[in-house]
Design a protein around this ligand. Structure first.
Ligand SMILES: Nc1ncnc2c1ncn2[C@@H]1O[C@H](COP(=O)(O)OP(=O)(O)OP(=O)(O)O)[C@@H](O)[C@H]1O
Length: 323
């Protein structure tokens, strides 16, 4: 065993971790205000929160590229303040922006990157071909990067971050800007990676991504952790099973709300008014619609859906994830 490496250590262990920045005009921004997190081996762990929640700042600390301002952080059992290079050698990092080399073709992006890690030319080529196959990009090997779709570029970026066979892959907003189909292809790639034993640590502001990919996650807001758990457990703890959404004609919602409240009073329901719709939390959404109708309240449109992490976020913070 390599000295100082504990194979059983958690991938990430954070206690009271803080990150603050001083801006050019001297103001102090507290991006992360004291978080406790433990990421276990082999899991997919997410940081879910809106823009500015402190997710990227956290990921940069976890990636051992940005020092903690306070608190204790261990990555793979090592202290990033003293063991940064050893930690980084065992991580793959997929940043928010694509940093591919547009001058090179797809395959050479992987080969050259593998050469940085000290692989021989022959081994680098072999590794590149294996990763092209994994990313479903074999038929694009000779294409220029600029010829790739957004989804293909992301898959190539992920492939590139795997060149050093990392134990842990850090992904900052992996599917931002991709269309739904490209997102599903990417989720599949990440799922296969997890199946192969790689620990995934990702940030996202998409609740469906967090639900699809993460075994466990923390809900982050304003530099703090608002809740932690498996997606379904968080939903069960913080929401009813279903949500009835009621949309009213412009300007009608305020007048209609007391009627809605009265109609659902017997259903163990909770009403949440957003600017554009009223949400009624109850275990039986259809029963809510029936009660509202029986009470003579007439929304312009209705919808019953399963509760999601978006509802958890709203419950915990009073705001929606995506403004
Ligand atoms: N280098 C920096 N200097 C000053 N302030 C910063 C710096 N980096 C981040 N911040 C601030 O810290 C807060 C958290 O930013 P961070 O990027 O970590 O959030 P985020 O949840 O990742 O959001 P996004 O998805 O928009 O990146 C924000 O208010 C941001 O403006």
């Amino acid at each position: 065993m390599t000295p100082g490496i504990d194979p059983a250590a958690p991938v990430v262990s954070a206690r009271g971790v803080r990150k603050s920045f001083t801006t050019k005009d001297g103001a102090v921004v507290e991006a992360v205000r004291g978080i406790d997190v433990e990421v276990r081996r082999g899991e997919a762990f997410g940081f879910l929160g809106p823009n500015g929640a402190g997710k990227s700042s956290t990921m940069r600390m976890v990636g051992a590229v940005s020092p903690v301002s306070a608190g204790e952080l261990r990555i793979l059992g090592l202290d990033p303040a003293v063991d940064g290079p050893r930690i980084r050698a065992r991580l793959g990092v997929c940043p928010q922006e694509d940093t591919l080399d547009n001058e090179l073709n797809v395959r050479d992006n992987l080969v050259i990157y593998a050469r940085y890690f000290g692989l021989s030319r022959a081994v680098a080529r072999e590794r590149a071909d294996e990763l092209l196959e994994f990313a479903n990009l074999t038929d694009k090997a000779r294409a220029k990067v600029e010829e790739l779709s957004g989804g293909m570029k992301r898959r190539l970026t992920i492939a590139r971050s795997l060149v050093n066979r990392p134990e842990v892959l850090l992904l900052d907003e992996p599917t931002t800007g991709l269309d739904p189909q490209a997102r599903h292809v990417l989720w599949d790639q990440l799922f296969r990676l997890k199946q192969s034993g790689v620990t995934l640590v990702l940030t996202t502001h998409y609740m469906d991504e967090a639900e699809q990919l993460c075994d466990r996650l923390v809900v982050m807001d304003k530099g703090l952790i608002a809740a932690e758990g498996a997606p379904l457990d968080l939903i069960r703890t913080h929401s009813s099973r279903e949500v009835a959404e009621l949309r009213f004609a412009p300007g009608q919602q305020d007048a209609a709300l007391p009627g809605v409240e009265a109609a659902v009073a017997g259903l163990r329901a909770r009403v949440e008014a957003l600017p554009d719709r009223a949400l009624v939390y109850a275990d039986d959404g259809e029963a809510v619609l029936g009660a509202v109708h029986d009470a003579g309240v007439r929304p312009a449109a209705t919808l019953v859906r399963r509760a999601s992490l978006e509802d958890v976020f709203l419950r915990l913070t009073g705001r929606t994830l995506v403004d």
